[in-house]
Design a protein around this ligand. Structure first.
Ligand code: NAG
Length: 528
């Protein structure tokens, strides 16, 4: 806004009229911001107990990357608009800047290419991967979901000549699926793709976890010409193996990982930046060009007394600071926020990326397990995790923690956003109670990692087992892993599991079974 005025001023001699218009715009949008702020302030005062309890925590009315109120759905924004983001980080108005614990972080190589990682910005670009292919017969097929060799199976021996002809085409154009051609040659059937197992729809791009979901608009799904960009935001403590699993699962689907690390544990003690160290020593080099490092260098006021504040604040900071450094985001891009131990399956996220016609917000049915993938718990964990960037800012104020709550319908921006979208927005879930669309692996560490998690745990989820020395004892913890027991002495009910079952764990872990054996196969199970 200030920039707009400034620009107007610079051109004043030649464009007096333009300047007047710009000024009017400034005034108008100022008014607009004011009313939005007033509205959200009202809501905060009423709706949410944690906002009530600690209003001083939430002067987070800093600039959001987009003036969402002026958007039309589907309208692409020029990059210029987003460039403002970098110049006006909400960090200037961080809460409690006066009275929080702060840490000065020295980055190892201030002159190297990775200097000031936590201040760099990321420019989103279109994913050039040719996910779909046009067949000669006019079908438009999702490569991965389409049977490439279906032609051979389809044509009998009778049509040897035709087959020879096709083979030539195949040779000339090897990657192209030919499924529909046989059909169209024989009858007047619709030109369709021949789907591989696990893929559905006329274009074979709908995975089973969406086909069997409660998505109400299944009949209106269309492949996009240009994929959405997917931003996956996570907070990391010491879930480094699960992070490898996430990166391998999602690296070809997600365009940007926002990874936030804090110099404090959720309890409020200072801690080293373990993830940063790994990032700099090359541990995640295979995906480093998709990682934007977010650094939380302060601990929110009140977070020590009420651990839920610290817990929520991690997500708020992650989304606000992270998104403020993203340039070139479009309203229909996807924002996906997870805890480090929640790993969405690739196929569901790829669907969000490649298709139009789904509604939002989107949650994910995840397989639940404890200590490893071997102690599977009944049911699924269904967590609200994704929405478009437009909805993130128009409805959730750019705050990922609001998305994770189930109150979108009562959010002040929701009705307006829904009206502008021209659709009825209903929350739906990828997967179902019997089709997993991801994994939630709780406390999936070696015993030392579990002990560390106990010590770091926030102060609000009581009883806080980290407060008891005997619960942090490694032999005690090994006993829990062995039996699937909990710190309160109870032992859960677990259906039997087998690493060969579908969706047992993220594929990368199974592929490297020996390396990740400790979370795939109960290391302390007794031999009989
Ligand atoms: C990076 O550091 C970690 C922890 O110190 C170590 O285990 C790992 O082998 C290092 N990786 C590389 C590529 O140097």
């Amino acid at each position: 806004m200030a920039r707009l005025c400034l620009q107007g001023r610079m051109k004043i001699r030649r464009h007096k009229l333009f300047f007047c218009c710009a000024l009017a715009l400034c005034v108008l949008s100022q008014l607009h911001c004011y009313s939005v702020n007033a509205l959200s302030f009202l809501w905060r005062g009423k709706g949410n107990p944690s906002y009530n309890a600690h209003p001083e925590m939430w002067p987070l009315q800093g600039p959001v990357p987009f003036d969402t109120g002026l958007w039309e759905p589907g309208e692409y924004r020029e990059e210029k608009g987003n460039a403002e983001v970098g110049e006006d980080p909400w960090g200037k108005e961080q809460p409690d800047s006066g009275n929080v614990n702060r840490m000065t972080v020295t980055f190892p190589d201030p002159k190297g290419p990775r200097r000031e990682l936590h201040k760099q910005s990321f420019h989103l670009r279109d994913d050039p991967t040719p996910f779909f292919v046009h067949t000669k017969s006019g079908a438009y097929c999702f490569r991965e979901g389409t049977e490439m060799t279906s032609l051979k199976d389809h044509l009998g021996q009778k049509v040897q000549a035709a087959r020879e002809g096709q083979r030539k085409i195949l040779q000339a154009n090897q990657e192209e699926p030919k499924s529909a051609q046989g059909k169209s040659a024989w009858g007047k059937r619709l030109v369709k793709c021949m789907c591989r197992p696990g893929w559905h729809g006329p274009h074979c791009g709908i995975p089973t976890m969406v086909q069997h979901s409660n998505l109400p608009t299944k009949g209106h799904l269309t492949p996009r010409k240009v994929p959405r960009r997917v931003i996956n935001a996570i907070n990391i403590n010491h879930e480094f193996d699960l992070l490898h699993a996430r990166f391998h699962e999602l690296a070809d689907t997600v365009d940007l990982f926002l990874v936030c690390e804090s110099t404090f544990t959720a309890y409020g003690n200072s801690k080293p930046l373990h993830f940063l160290r790994l990032l700099l020593n090359g541990t995640y080099d295979y995906v480093h060009n998709k990682i934007l490092y977010v650094l939380l260098d302060h601990f929110p006021k009140g977070g020590q007394q009420n651990g839920w504040i610290a817990d929520d604040y991690l997500r708020t900071f992650l989304s606000r600071d992270g998104m403020s450094r993203v340039q070139g985001a479009r309203p229909d891009d996807v924002f996906l926020i997870n805890d480090a131990d929640e790993i969405p399956a690739r196929e569901g996220i790829l669907f969000l990326k490649l298709y139009d016609g789904w509604t939002e917000p989107v949650s994910i049915h995840m397989r639940k397990s404890l200590y490893g993938f071997f102690w599977r718990q009944p049911g699924t964990l269904d967590v609200l995790s994704a929405c478009t960037v437009a909805m993130l800012f128009a409805v959730y104020n750019g705050d990922g923690i609001s998305l994770r709550r189930r109150e979108y319908f009562s959010m002040p921006g929701f009705q307006n956003y829904q009206r502008k979208s021209g659709h009825i927005l209903v929350q739906w879930s990828i997967g179902s109670s019997i089709h997993y669309a991801g994994w939630h692996c709780s406390w999936c560490f070696r015993p030392e990692g579990i002990s560390q998690k106990l010590i770091s745990a926030q102060n609000g989820d009581f009883p806080r087992w980290g407060d008891y020395v005997e619960k942090r004892d490694l032999n005690y913890i090994k006993g829990l892993i062995r039996t699937g027991g909990w710190f309160d002495g109870s032992v859960g009910e677990y259906p039997p599991t087998n690493p060969k079952e579908p969706m047992y764990s993220p594929k990368y872990l199974l592929k490297n079974f020996q390396l990740y054996r400790y979370i795939l196969d109960n290391p302390y199970a007794l031999f009989w």
